[in-house]
Design a protein around this ligand. Sequence first.
Ligand SMILES: [Zn+2]
Ligand SMILES: [Zn+2]
Length: 337
Amino acid sequence: MPESAPEAWLRVTPAGLYCEPGSFHIDPAEPVPRAVITHGHGDHARPRNGAALATPETIAIMRSRYGGDAGGTLQPLRYGESLGIDGVTLRLAPAGHVLGSAQIVLEYGGRRVVVSGDYKRRPDPTCLAFEPQRCDLFVTEATFALPVFRHPPDSREIDKLLHSVRLYPERCHLIGVYALGKCQRLLALLREAGYAEPVYLHRALLPLVELYRELGVDLGVVLPWSEAGREAFKGRIVLCPPAAIADRWSRRLPDPVLALASGWMAVKQRAKARGVELPLVISDHADWDELSATLDEVGAPEAWVTHGREEALVHHATQQGRRAHALSLIGFEEEEE
Ligand SMILES: [Zn+2]
Ligand SMILES: [Zn+2]
């Protein structure tokens, strides 16, 4: 194996993907001396690394979530800026997943490797769009890597929601949204669709909405949900974490229409199992078409597939004449998204 071949300098360790010459892990599953973090979701950005490098937005998110435990040294690197680390050149490129999300672009020995982190290709008003990077090896996520996953246009899902809000003026719409990314994107999509009413938020969602606002993402008027005034929530939209839609507190809302915004809502049994009346298929991950189109665009002769349904994408890439295999990284849960 030539020294420059990616598998000679990038390998899977118990803590995660490790760049040998640069002595850093990418999205490590346990604390390490040096980490490079793709984005702020909990299974990628973990606390207490000796040093962590990420975009300034991801660092702000980590500080907000972990406080003093966010890491020893937190080093921001802006999109597009290059950094040399012991002979490895590192650069971050937008991944279009959540605010601050980055692909990690590594160059060593004349080869370029891109680690996608989580990504999507649809426009998202709350973060920069994914920028495809030509590379020799593409390490791709595979959350929705089955041909059955073809996410509908976001505008269709938002129309569905607003139609339901108009249809049931006596009821409240309670929507489960993941706190980082989905919550802010749903707010932004509602504003884009012309919905100007205040949106009420479960208190668990407030800190990151406030942080997005501080980082310059306008989300319109949001108010903390409070127990006062059941009547006040008729015809209103209330957002809460996904796990909270069926909690006791929701019974204090006027006859809520239970909704959940997630790519997983494409699976009818999942919506049913969670008691979701109004499934909204809004995903922060690439669907099957986006995954395969991205493989073409980056032009990599080799792909490593991780974080989800690896087999179908490995098979697809192999059929296209690429070398491909699944990377078994531990520590990644199926993203609630
Ligand atoms: Zn993520
Ligand atoms: Zn993830």
